[in-house]
Structure formats: structure tokens, C-alpha cells
Design a protein around this ligand. Structure first.
Ligand code: SF4
Ligand code: SF4
Length: 362
């Protein structure tokens, strides 16, 4: 099927109609997705407007930038300023505030920062630099896997090291469910991240919590078909992991990428901003990579005295699907992409940022 088919207006309207008819007798259904790009498509194509009132589409903790803890941001800023090294990272990450400063605002106090589009650029920069360069390595398994492959396959400049804040989506979701923090009836699984992890890890999510789980692509037809697949499961009283994104995603995932991840990283407890420490949800370098792990190599100090949410910011409730961005009193008035108060307003994958793009005004 051509990609344009997945945007076909008639198909979109037909799917919306089927959803309406099939869900007529349902109680309220809370369906959460855990991918910032899904929220982007849902907002861009106004898909919520096509759904009946009893179907709520919630945005979960789907953006790696949003869930990076202030504790890590503070630590890297403090270390970088005191030790005169350069922090290289993606553009969005530069703008997220830690307890007091973002990497970008700290650059006005002398922190050397370098915005990069990928690790290759950080490597080139380190080769030309006389300072230590620390790559603030952010992202879910989609980003962690290529970084692990690069680390395994090429020799890196000696002055380059890594500060990993990578997170593992399936375990993050599983642990949040175990902790009773998600009040949901079904899950839309992240198409991109699942290309790496596969759908196997979600079997436990589905069976332990009796949640229909369907992996979705990113076009409007993908998302509405996924909702229909979820409704069919509920109607048939079944509960399983299904794959709507078969054109790119296999059930087993990418074995080579999984091997690279397993070779380079251990799965450890990790702080998700505003949600606290989540067991088994972060990627940290194995001991054999201590020489690349900035936290170990430089013995970077961490303070327990850190602030995850600025006064009045409700990002934690947004990423747990407890409120919609517009319910935050700061939305659009004080908080906007030019002055992001919380992390959810910073990146293109942040829920508040996505909502602002269509509803906001300065
Ligand atoms: S990294 Fe990929 S899967 Fe994860 S939120 Fe972003 S687009 Fe979605
Ligand atoms: S509008 Fe701003 S302050 Fe409010 S929850 Fe969103 S990012 Fe946080």
C-alpha cells in the first residue's frame, strides 16, 4: 500500500464512523499512547475531534527530553562549568531547565555547550577540540541502539565520553503500571521505538494488566485503525499484543540493535522527571565501558537537592494523562515554546508543545 493511502480522507472518515458505531455502548475508554510522534500526528490531524466522547486519547510519557531528570541536568551543568569541558547534546535538550538553569542558559555563565544533530557530529567536534567533550546522551531505545552500535564499531577520540540518560520504554510503562500510576484501558505502542525492542516485551504489559496493546504507525489511518483494533479486542473480550505497523515493525524487533544494546548497556533504575525512580527503565554503560562513562571517569557529583517541576508547572500530570495541557494555568499564557516553563513545552515530541502549535498564542 502506498503511503498516501494512510492519509486518505475517505478512509479516515470511514474508520472514524466505524469507531463511533462500535463503541456506542462502551463506558468511557481511556487509551494511552507513549510516543511523542503519535501525539504530534493526533494533534496535527485533529484526530481527537473525530472520536466519540466516550473515547479518550491520552498522551503518556512519550518524549525522552521531557523525562530527563533535573538531577542529571544539574549534575552535568555543575561539572561542565567547574571543569571547563564541553557538553554536546541535541538542540531540544539544551533548552530544558534543570533546577535553576538549562544547558543553554548556563552557557551565559561560562558553560561550553555544543548543539549536535547526532553522535557523529559530537565525534568530529571532539577530534578538533582540546577539551574534554561529554555527550549528554538522551533518548529511548531508538536513539540508544545506534549509539551503542557506533560505540562498538569505531574508535572514539580519547577526549570524548558519554553521560547516559537513555530510557527503556517497555519497562518504563510496565513499572508505571505496577506502581498504579496509569489509569488506562488500553495502550497504543510506539511504532518507532518498537522497531528496536520488538513487541515481545509488551506481552507482559498486556497479560499482567489485562490491557489490549497495539503498535501503531504515524499516519491518521494508522492511528484510527489501531483504535479500531483495540475496540475489537475489548468487544471480543480479548487482550493481546497486536501490530498495526507491520510495514516496518516486526514482532521480534531488530535483533542486531538489541544485541548492541545488550553489549553496551545494563538496564538500571532511572529517574523519570516528575515520576520518580522507575526500576529497570534506564540504560547505563556496562563496567567494561567505564572509560567512556563520564559519570565514572570523572566521578561526577550528583545533588539530592534538585527541583523537577518549576512552581505551578504540571508536566508530571500531563505525562501521566491526568490532565490535558490546557488545564495547566500557565499553558500559553506564561509557558510557550519561546519561554518553556516545563520540559513538555520544549521538544516537538512534548505534549504541551504539540498542543500549543494548534491551540496556543503568545
Ligand atoms: S524516540 Fe521515536 S518512539 Fe520514542 S517518542 Fe520519539 S518518535 Fe516516538
Ligand atoms: S504548560 Fe508548561 S508549565 Fe504547564 S504543564 Fe505544560 S510545560 Fe509544564
Amino acid at each position: 500500500m502506498q503511503l498516501s493511502k494512510f492519509k486518505d480522507k475517505d478512509l479516515v472518515l470511514a474508520l472514524a464512523q466505524s469507531i463511533k458505531v462500535k463503541s456506542k455502548n462502551f463506558e468511557n475508554l481511556r487509551i494511552m499512547h507513549v510516543c511523542g510522534t503519535h501525539e504530534n500526528s493526533i494533534v496535527r490531524y485533529a484526530l481527537r475531534d473525530l472520536l466519540p466522547e466516550n473515547i479518550k486519547l491520552l498522551a503518556g510519557p512519550g518524549c525522552p527530553v521531557c523525562v530527563t531528570s533535573s538531577k542529571d541536568i544539574d549534575a552535568i551543568i555543575n561539572y561542565g562549568i567547574k571543569n571547563n569541558c564541553t557538553i554536546a547534546t541535541f538542540g531540544d535538550m539544551l533548552r530544558v531547565k534543570g533546577s535553576n538553569y538549562s544547558l543553554f542558559s548556563a552557557s551565559k555563565m561560562g558553560l561550553s555547550v555544543k548543539m549536535v544533530y547526532g553522535l557523529d557530529e559530537a565525534i568530529d567536534f571532539a577530534k578538533k577540540s582540546r577539551q574534554d567533550v561529554i555527550f549528554f546522551s538522551v533518548g529511548f531505545e531508538t536513539t540508544a541502539a545506534p549509539i551503542a552500535s557506533i560505540i562498538k564499531s569505531i574508535s572514539l577520540p580519547e577526549n570524548l565520553s558519554f553521560f547516559s540518560v537513555h530510557k527503556y520504554t517497555p519497562n518504563g510503562v510496565l513499572e508505571l503500571l505496577k506502581a498504579g500510576k496509569l489509569n488506562i484501558d488500553a495502550l497504543i505502542l510506539p511504532g518507532h521505538a518498537s522497531i528496536v525492542s520488538g513487541l515481545v516485551p509488551y506481552e507482559k504489559v498486556s497479560s499482567d494488566f489485562k490491557l489490549p496493546c497495539v503498535a501503531a504507525g504515524f499516519e491518521p489511518v494508522d492511528i484510527l485503525s489501531t483504535i479500531l483494533m483495540i475496540i475489537n479486542q475489548i468487544e471480543n473480550n480479548t487482550c493481546k499484543v497486536e501490530n498495526e505497523y507491520e510495514r516496518l515493525l516486526s514482532y521480534e524487533g531488530n535483533k542486531l540493535a538489541q544485541k548492541a544494546l545488550n553489549d553496551v548497556f545494563d538496564i538500571v533504575p532511572s529517574i523519570w522527571r516528575g515520576l520518580g525512580t522507575i526500576e529497570n527503565s534506564g540504560f547505563e554503560f556496562k563496567k567494561t565501558y567505564d572509560f567512556l562513562n563520564a559519570k565514572v571517569k570523572f566521578n561526577i557529583p550528583f545533588s539530592e537537592d534538585y527541583i523537577e517541576e518549576q512552581k505551578g508547572c504540571r508536566c508530571a500530570e500531563v505525562i501521566l494523562g491526568l490532565i490535558e495541557p490546557t488545564q495547566c494555568p500557565m499553558f500559553s499564557k506564561v509557558c510557550n515554546p519561546h519561554n518553556p516553563v516545563g520540559p513538555c513545552m520544549v521538544s516537538d515530541e512534548g505534549t504541551c508543545r504539540n498542543w500549543w502549535e494548534v491551540k496556543g498564542e503568545i
